[in-house]
Design a binder for this molecule. Sequence first.
Ligand SMILES: [Zn+2]
Ligand SMILES: [Zn+2]
Length: 336
Amino acid sequence: MITPLPVRVIPGAEEAMDSYIERVAAANALAIGPFTHHLKRLSGATLRFLNAAPAPALVATLAILTQTPPPALRQLTLSRYEVMPTIENTHRYGARAASAKGWFSLIRTQACPACVGEGQPWASRWRLPWVVACLRHSCLLVTRCSGCRIKLRSTRLQGLRASGFSTLCGNPRAPGRVPQCEHDLGTETRVPAGAATLNQQQAVLEALRGEVVLCHGEPVPGAEYLRRMRSIAVLLIHIAAISPASGLPGWALQVRVEARARTKERGPRWGVSAPDCPELRAEVFLIAHQILAGSVGVGRGALNAWLDLVPPSNEGSRAWAKDHTTTPDAISYLIG
Ligand SMILES: [Zn+2]
Ligand SMILES: [Zn+2]
């Protein structure tokens, strides 16, 4: 029989599973290592895909320990978002195959330094590249700790930090040093987000909540808005990376820098793994959002002006565009 933990912790409305487990452990004065070991032993399951699609047995066990209904715990995972692909928690199904399905991060995450500094729960949506800013603090998110220079929550425990819930980074460090990075993420520089970005991020938030969003003056389901945003953004990023044109905006030059840094990949797969930098994504999303905001004709004109920057090829720019975006059907009406 599984005995509930003495201190009950209510999940945050937008909280991620790793954040919740850390808070449960902290409230019950348990260290993360032993607590997760206990959780795995009781459930007979692993922590696999903890933040996206955890094993049902793990959720059931955590539900008893925390006296929280399983559906409330599933709300802490990325599968709550309609735009997320279906991820099966089976053994033959690798993390790489799961990640290849879409724009999300299984382990690492972005964060708002102000939210973290206040001791707020870490939000689930911070793992989605569409999200670049915090509307509460009007600042951009950060993706790396400036202390260890590693992406946030780069841990071997599916994002859980061995040092537990605190404002400190907690990334594992090289052997022989302090075991976890002790940089205070609440002190990271807060880069203000512009009014246009905050407005665009408001639309992303509404879309993630499943509300309708206006595209070309017509209401469309939120998930459809997100699909179109991703398709256009991925296309623009590919154009920026390949175009020899001069005079492109700063974000486009930054794409080239990031493309070079990702030389291990056979041509960066921006549709799978979005650019790291939130400032860069914010700029691209503004263009994509504008393309979706006006009339279809104006949007088509704007997107085709970008496609004109692609070096000519035998296949033609329309075919090239379809090969260099995600869900091309979602934006085929804008191309050509
Ligand atoms: Zn914030
Ligand atoms: Zn760090």
